[in-house]
Design a protein around this ligand. Structure first.
Ligand SMILES: [Zn+2]
Ligand SMILES: [Zn+2]
Length: 277
């Protein structure tokens, strides 16, 4: 699906806006307050695949007709599209109430479904916009210092510590590894983050992080939690694993640690359907 989506994005002329230093320093995500005309087309493609699957969910089923009418209606180039406006509102953290009312869908249901519909589109948007080599624009020169996503503003679902980097041309160790990155499951972006700081409290909360491991043979899996605000984020140390896992799948695969965290009254940095008890 990603390949076809990338093409739809290119056809619609969609790509991430260039990073502006000042906006990034102020902690404004790339897509916050940005109009995305044309995103209706890839959203429609994704909804065509996802809506039939979501129809089985109890909360969604009664609204299926209205949801289909909204998401699957034809995209008419050059005309204002409520799907464009909905994507923009979601990414700016604004409420979708007015759009929901206009299209006759319950606002909570619309927001819930839109999260699923938007996510693959944003993944493709990040993928087509990444430089072919080198760092992501938000990692260059430490441009982005926040604990939430530089692209879509969501909190990370999982963190990871990188492996030692070998510079193949010069055959010396370019980096010792162990640098921390955060991963956003909403859009697929990864970004560097200070190891000792809390993604929720911010970069000022240095030295507040503790590590919770369940056992010795944990394959680098652990929770990094904050002693100040009690939020946690599952984290994997890739130096302790042979293969690089799919991070979105691993976040779900570390559910056993989410349960340990719930018993300790810690709260997930990014609540998901599998870590809210
Ligand atoms: Zn994101
Ligand atoms: Zn904190």
């Amino acid at each position: 699906m990603t390949v076809a989506l990338s093409q739809t994005l290119r056809d619609a002329g969609l790509h991430l806006p260039a990073l502006e230093g000042e906006r990034a320093r102020q902690g404004v995500s790339l897509l916050a307050g940005v109009a995305l005309p044309g995103i209706a087309a890839p959203m429609r493609d994704v909804a065509g695949v996802l809506l039939p699957l979501m129809g089985g969910m109890q909360a969604v089923a009664p609204h299926m007709e209205a949801l289909q009418a909204f998401f699957l209606c034809p995209v008419e180039p050059g005309r204002e599209d409520a799907r464009d406006a909905l994507a923009e509102a979601m990414l700016a953290g604004r409420s979708a109430d007015a759009i929901a009312e206009a299209c006759g869908v319950d606002a909570d249901v619309l927001t819930f479904v839109t999260g699923f519909v938007l996510s693959p589109v944003l993944h493709a948007l990040v993928a087509v916009s990444m430089p072919e080599s080198g760092e992501a624009p938000w990692d260059e020169g430490g441009a982005w210092q926040e604990g939430y996503c530089p692209v879509c503003g969501a909190f990370p679902t999982i963190g990871w510590l990188d492996r030692p980097m070998l510079d193949e041309k010069n055959a010396y160790l370019a980096g010792g590894g162990g640098k921390k990155h955060l991963h956003c499951s909403m859009c697929g972006a990864d970004w560097k983050f200070l190891r000792g700081a809390c993604p929720s409290c911010g970069k000022d909360a240095s030295g507040t992080m503790e590590i919770l491991r369940e056992s010795e043979a944990a394959h680098g899996e652990r929770l990094d939690w904050c002693t100040r605000c009690k939020s946690y984020c599952p984290t994997v140390d890739l130096r302790e694993r042979e293969a690089v896992p799919n991070l979105d799948a691993l976040a779900l695969g570390m559910m056993h640690l989410d349960m340990v965290a719930a018993r300790r009254q810690l709260r997930p940095l990014r609540p998901s359907f599998w870590n809210v008890y």
